[in-house]
Design a protein. Structure first.
Length: 185
């Protein structure tokens, strides 16, 4: 009579071990920047920006000169309203990979938004009480999106989540174009 119970316990233990192993390996090894980046992207898509930031910072500590990681940090800080930090990370990403179209597009959209936000913030201080402007022209920062593809914004002022690393073209695949210039302000 004890044998069926032991068999069930052993079967359950094996099942549990397989399930836990599968859960732990979804994003690969935690000591790989690409694993942390993929985990962060998944968290960003779910709107869990604090967790996304944590994962992107983990990836940054493993690969501090990875422009994808730095860009994703910019997007995440933009989503959490920390615009000065977002600007810094966008600039760092562009210093490393100035010919990457997606990075330049994100930076250009952010600068457009940021300048409008700073102007509105100054007006709000004078008139007291106002909401921050939505992101530049309804466009949302993304990486790995085909040029011209439309992405509906996830909400007012919240950037779209970033693409997984496998969907992002390598810098050498990206033809160089002129860097967008911010509007005069």
């Amino acid at each position: 009579m004890r044998t069926p119970i032991l068999k069930r316990a052993a079967t359950f233990s094996l099942f549990l071990a397989v399930v836990l192993a599968a859960c732990g390996s979804r994003y690969g090894r935690s000591d790989k920047p690409s694993s942390q980046l993929a985990f962060g992207v998944d968290m960003a898509r779910r709107g869990l920006w604090s967790e996304a930031l944590f994962r992107f910072h983990q990836a940054e500590s493993l690969d501090p000169r990875n422009p994808r990681v730095l860009n994703n940090l910019g997007v995440a800080y933009e989503a959490t309203g920390e615009y000065d930090k977002a600007l810094g990370y966008y600039k760092q990403a562009l210093q490393i990979d100035p010919n990457n179209r997606e990075l330049r597009a994100n930076y250009g959209r952010f600068v457009e938004f940021y300048q409008a936000f700073q102007g509105k913030e100054g007006k709000d201080k004078k008139t007291e009480g106002g909401q921050p402007a939505a992101t530049g022209g309804g466009k949302t920062p993304t990486v790995g999106q085909a040029p011209g593809a439309a992405t509906p914004p996830p909400g007012p002022g919240v950037p779209a989540p970033v693409a997984p690393p496998s969907a992002i073209p390598e810098p050498e695949d990206t033809p160089p174009d002129a860097m967008p210039t911010p509007p005069p302000g």
